[in-house]
Every structure is written in C-alpha cells, then in structure tokens.
Design a protein around this ligand. Structure first.
Ligand SMILES: C[S@@+](CC[C@H](N)C(=O)[O-])C[C@H]1O[C@@H](n2cnc3c(N)ncnc32)[C@H](O)[C@@H]1O
Length: 185
C-alpha cells in the first residue's frame, strides 16, 4: 500500500465526516473533474484537495502548479499535498474562508468537498463564497457519490447557478458523478 493511501485511510478513521470518502478519487474521476482545463485556463481554485488525486489531474491538464490555489482544512493532507505537488499554492483553511483568503477570481473551481456530510448552513456559506470568486461565465465542478446533486436547489437559484450533470464515472470507488454549477455571464 502506498504511503499516500495509508495516510488517507488513517485520516478517514480520524475524521470520517470531514473526509467523506472511502478512497482517494481515481484517475478516471480526475479526468472528468478537470474536463476543459488546459494551459491557458488561468488560475484555478481547488477545494478539498486532500492528498492530491484531483490536483494531479489538474496538473496533468497542463495548468501550471503556481496557478492552482488549493484550500484544504486538514493539516496532514496539506503536508502530503506540499510534498506531492510542489509549487501548488496551499491554503490550510476551510472553504468557508474563501473570501478572506483573497484568492483571485477564476473561471473554474474544482471541488471534492463532501457536501452531503456538511451541515446545510455551512454548504450555503461555501457556495456563496465560491460564487464570489467565480468570474462571469465561470463554473464550479463538484463530484458526488449520491444520486442527486448535493446543493439545495434554492441556493443554486438564489446564486443564479445553472446545474449541468456529467456522465457517471463507474471506474471510481464508489462510482461518482460530476456536476457543473455554472454562473451566468
Ligand atoms: C472526499 S475527500 C477528497 C480528497 C481528494 N480531492 C480526492 O478526490 O481524492 C474531501 C476533502 O475535503 C476536505 N474538506 C472537508 N471539509 C472542508 C472544508 N470546509 N474546507 C476545506 N477542505 C475541506 C477534507 O479534509 C478532504 O481532504
């Protein structure tokens, strides 16, 4: 078992609600979560990078490490991420602090946050903060293991975010679906 995997499993046991997964995301889910990203995308915000499975997929699309702003509240994962993905800008903070972090406004936010296990008022605070950092026409890419998209429809309506469902990624444990929450122009 790789060191990353054993540390991931250790954090699941220590903080099950916060991690909200049984395994790191697969490369197949990583590809779906980074659809459309490339060398010219500009800065990208990543929420809940954990030990870096999706971060590596973002890098694999050609986004420079210094253009990735990764917000992760678990200090163990921040340490692993710094070693595994050098040059990525890591913010050891909660996604609720996004506005205070003064990150650039971006065309894409990539989120692995376990929204279904986060209280509704916190999800609302995260979505409002994420929306604030989105450029007009920008999108939030969010995966979920659930049947439905994980944000209250009322929240999406109030923020003017349209929801587009991607294909189910079966080659992930558990299988997951990526939703794109798109801001109007
Ligand atoms: C499902 S894991 C995803 C890890 C990795 N991105 C992957 O796909 O394998 C969720 C991650 O979100 C982090 N997290 C949970 N709540 C958070 C919050 N409010 N702010 C920042 N990170 C958070 C957890 O510490 C964990 O690393």
């Amino acid at each position: 078992m790789s060191l990353h995997l054993s540390q991931f499993l250790g954090q699941i046991l220590a903080r099950p609600q916060e991690v909200g997964a049984i395994l790191p995301s697969s490369s197949y889910l990583g590809r779906e979560m980074t659809d459309g990203l490339g060398v010219g995308t500009g800065p990208v915000i990543e929420l809940g990078p954990g030990p870096g499975a999706i971060t590596q997929a973002i890098l694999g699309r050609g986004v420079p490490a210094s253009d990735i702003h990764a917000v992760e509240m678990n200090p163990t994962f921040c340490d692993i991420l710094a070693r595994r993905c050098p040059g990525v800008r890591i913010y050891p903070a909660s996604a609720t602090d996004l506005v205070a972090l003064n990150l650039p406004r971006v065309s894409t936010i990539v989120s692995s946050l376990p929204l279904r296990s986060i209280p509704a008022d916190v999800v609302l605070a995260i979505m409002v903060a994420a929306h604030d950092r989105l450029l007009p026409g920008g999108r939030i890419l969010q995966f979920t293991y659930g049947m439905r998209q994980p944000v209250a429809s009322q929240t999406l309506d109030e923020l003017g975010l349209a929801c587009i469902a991607g294909p189910k990624v079966w080659r992930n444990l558990p299988p997951a679906r990526v939703f794109s929450f798109q801001r109007g122009v």
